[in-house]
Design a binder for this molecule. Structure first.
Ligand code: NDP
Length: 449
């Protein structure tokens, strides 16, 4: 419940202006609830209409993406780019190709991205984009033609000093390669820092592939250590998803001494009480874009069940949701608590519903929100931009050490902000406050832009 009359007004404006954008409302409300605590000390925000400006994207572009499938039929998808906030740097945020993509989802993701990028401490603004295109079941040729058509339009809106997209769900190294190729062809310029997540042979950064999952574990390890005197060592971990974030979270959690016992995809989940063999997951998901179901056929003693939500019935000490938004509702959260978990850290963006977060926090679990916990991906993207600008590349260990430093720093910033504003241990409020302050200061300093 918002206390401030000003914030209530702003929220009402957001919901009446775009009544159908439920995911965006959810993201805005969570942030405003965090800011509620600091507002009495900052009358300048209301005086300068700062929050009204903050919740409205600077620019939204939608465009037609026509392409030809293998049967020669013309198909049309809708492309988007939400350029949300450029107060502290060029817009930065991923592209999502998934049939569920719409403006509400991209505005929620772009809005979260502003704060996440701010928390990294690096000079990057917030944005997000994508298309309602489903790469699943498409041939290589179809994916390439779609990416080329998408970039033919998007290229006029981006640039290394303007807006720097990256990958997200459905956009991995393959798609970034096709997108970059088309940008270069149209612009006739080798502007490496216009996209991140590039292949290592053409300007990509070491550790970018692993960064979100590794970063999630670095922040979680620090949170366990500082807030509970614990660590991943010897813990049982459940990770939803089996894509980029989930895979490398599983790799790092295992390296830190944990046992990952379950992973999932949008169809169902696998449970392996002996510990998931990651080389097999990688072979299935990265090797031939298969389904996790195959894992149970290949590994004796493991089992598969249909339905992706069922994964949260598997007891664990640490839960790392790494699939998609709103996968953990109130009931699911209660099951996780009942099964004795001590911590939840979000690898995906907004995987927990607000009621679920309340369940975790009321039960005294440690809870690390996505905008802090999964910031390692975009932080390493910013390191990729730095290397591109320097025309130089750091070693794996150098980038990994910088990533770890950034994640540990994020934990301390959000932890300290929560304490400073009277909600010790509430890392959700801490992340919203710490992320917001830097952007707000920059917006105030830059006047009415
Ligand atoms: P991937 O496309 O690599 O993997 C997504 C995983 O989530 C897959 O296992 C997918 O299963 C599953 N999934 C997707 N949609 C649903 C759904 N509706 N229900 C259940 N499962 C689903 O994406 P990423 O790993 O890159 O991204 C995962 C999450 O992390 C997203 O929320 C993304 O925004 C966030 N994120 C990613 C970053 C990155 O660097 N990649 C950075 C920060 C956040 P299936 O194969 O069946 O589709």
């Amino acid at each position: 419940m918002l206390q401030s009359a000003y914030l209530k007004r702003v929220y009402e404006q957001v919901t009446t202006r775009d009544p159908e954008q439920k995911e965006f409302h959810q993201a805005v409300l969570e942030v405003l609830e965090g800011l509620d605590r600091m507002l009495p000390q900052h009358p300048e925000y209301e005086k300068t209409g700062l929050i009204e400006r903050f919740v409205e994207p600077e620019r939204v572009v939608t465009f037609r993406v026509p392409w030809v499938d293998d049967a020669g039929a013309v198909r049309v998808n809708r492309g988007y780019r939400v350029q949300f906030n450029s107060a502290i740097g060029p817009y930065k945020g991923g592209l999502r190709f998934h049939p569920t993509v719409n403006l509400s989802i991209l505005k929620f993701l772009g809005f979260e991205q502003i704060l996440k990028n701010s928390l990294t401490g690096l000079p990057i603004g917030g944005g997000k984009g994508g298309a309602d295109f489903d790469p699943k079941g498409k041939s290589e040729g179809e994916v390439m033609r779609f990416c080329q058509s998408f970039m033919t339009e998007l290229q006029r809106h981006i640039g290394q000093f303007v807006d720097v997209p990256a990958g997200d769900i459905g956009v991995g190294g393959r798609e970034i390669g096709y997108l970059f190729g088309q940008y270069k062809r149209i612009r006739d310029s080798y502007e490496a820092a216009v996209l991140t997540g590039k292949g290592l042979d053409f300007g990509g950064s070491l550790v970018r592939t692993e960064a979100t999952g590794y970063g999630l574990c670095y922040l979680t390890e620090e949170m366990l250590k500082r807030m509970k005197g614990e660590s991943f060592m010897g813990k049982t971990v459940v990770i939803s998803g089996s894509g980029n974030v989930a895979t490398f979270a599983a790799e790092k959690a295992s390296a830190l001494g944990a046992k990952v016992v379950a992973m999932s995809d949008s169809n169902g989940f696998v449970h392996d009480p002996e510990g998931i063999k990651l080389d097999i997951i990688k072979d299935i998901k990265i090797g031939h874009r298969g389904r996790v179901k195959e894992y149970a056929d290949r590994v004796p003693g493991s089992s598969y069940a249909e339905g992706f939500r069922g994964i949260w019935t598997i007891p664990c000490d640490i839960a790392l949701p790494c699939a998609t938004q709103n996968e953990i509702d109130e009931e699911t959260a209660k099951i996780i608590v009942k099964n004795g978990a001590m911590a939840v850290a979000e690898g995906a963006n907004m995987p927990s519903r607000p009621e679920a977060i309340a369940v975790f926090q009321n039960a005294g679990l440690l809870f690390a929100p996505a905008k802090a916990a999964n910031a390692g991906g975009v932080a390493t993207s910013a390191l990729e931009m730095s290397q591109n600008s320097m025309r130089y590349g750091w070693s794996f260990d150098e980038v990994d050490a910088k990533l770890k430093g950034i994640m540990v720093n994020i934990f301390h910033n959000i932890h300290d902000a929560a304490e400073k504003y009277g909600v010790p241990g509430d890392l959700v409020a801490g992340a919203n406050i710490a992320g917001f302050q830097k952007v707000a200061n920059a917006m105030l300093a830059q006047g009415l832009v």
